[in-house]
Design a protein around this ligand. Structure first.
Ligand code: MG
Length: 328
């Protein structure tokens, strides 16, 4: 199929943010190396390179000035500002220009206040528990209400707080969630699907279902986990594909519906983990660390290896580390 993808990367025009500052030669070298594979074909005059990293355009000039453009430009800029401080001790202050800072905040806020459909997922880094993907619709007149709940900084919210606010979200926010259990996940893996492919399929699925119900919105946003081109390549077998997506990294800080989706997904994930703990009669930890290895060994000892197929993501390293634990 020849699908002509229709997506915004972040050249949103009206919501573009630009940050410029000068960097040391040491940092320039690091940047040239870092952006090597992300370079755009054309280099602007007097520049070493121009690169596209997720949704930010980065240009390094021969003068030593670097320019970041895009809605998350501040996030990319701050990464290099931190490194400059570590390398040379120089503190770059991009906040000197208060006017610019305020303008950037205004731009972000304006985007945040649009009526949006947005999706986010949870559970992809956890050995136990399902992958939960949610798409939400937040009309602009509900943004204040979500702000009051504290949804905007969803990544920083504790599990306890999530449990407090999620029931309201589930009731107030129109959403579609898909919970992929690990049996299904392991079947996908067996068929050769990788994680990003699975994620793309699930995001597309919930976005499609939600979009069917919503007639009016300004933007549709996906918390970006892969380049847009690749995202659509992953969907080439799907019958229904949603286009017109704005892909943003750290989208939960820019887009209210992504923030809501992030909270809802996390809440439902936590619920699933509680159910799993009840079922296996032991506390099932999140993540994929050593505590997870220990519990996985316990699960195998008590219930047999077959149980793991239903409750864990078998292609994670934890499975291979298991043998040692079982021997102990
Ligand atoms: Mg995400």
């Amino acid at each position: 199929m020849n699908c002509k993808a229709n997506y915004d990367t972040i050249l949103l025009g009206d919501v573009k943010m630009t940050i410029v500052f000068k960097v040391s030669e040491e940092l320039q070298k690091k940047m040239i190396k870092y952006y090597e594979n992300k370079k755009r074909e054309k280099t602007p005059p007097y520049a070493y390179f121009q690169a596209l990293d997720a949704d930010t355009i980065v240009t390094l000039y021969e003068s030593g000035k670097v320019m970041f453009q895009g809605i998350s430009a501040d996030i990319d800029a701050n990464m290099w500002i931190d490194l400059e401080k570590k390398l040379t001790g120089t503190v770059i202050n991009i906040n000197e220009n208060k006017e610019k800072q305020e303008k950037a905040a205004k731009i972000k806020n304006e985007f945040y206040r649009l009526s949006t459909i947005g999706s986010d997922e949870v559970g992809t880094g956890d050995y136990f528990g399902p992958i939960v993907v949610t798409a939400s619709f937040v009309p602009k007149d509900k943004v204040d209400e979500l702000d009051k709940l504290g949804v905007r900084d969803s990544k920083k919210i504790t599990d306890e707080k999530i449990k407090q606010i999620a029931p309201t979200l589930l009731k107030e926010v129109e959403h579609v969630t898909y919970i992929l259990n690990n049996k299904e996940y392991n079947e996908y893996q067996k068929k050769g699907y990788n994680m990003n492919q699975i994620k793309a399929i699930l995001h597309n699925k919930v976005l499609y279902e939600l979009k069917e119900k919503i007639s009016q919105y300004d933007k549709m946003v996906v918390d970006q986990f892969v380049y847009p081109k690749k995202y659509y390549e992953h969907l080439k077998e799907e019958k229904q594909v949603v286009y017109g997506i704005t892909f943003l990294t750290k989208a939960e800080s820019v887009c209210a519906s992504v923030a809501a989706s992030s909270c809802i997904s996390r809440y439902l994930f936590l619920e699933e983990m509680d159910k799993l703990s009840d079922k296996l009669k032991m506390v099932i930890p999140k993540g994929a660390g050593e505590d997870v290895d220990e519990v996985a060994a316990k699960v195998v000892k008590q219930y047999g290896e077959q149980m793991l197929y239903d409750v864990a993501k078998l292609n994670f390293k934890n499975t291979f580390k298991l043998q040692e634990y079982i021997k102990q």
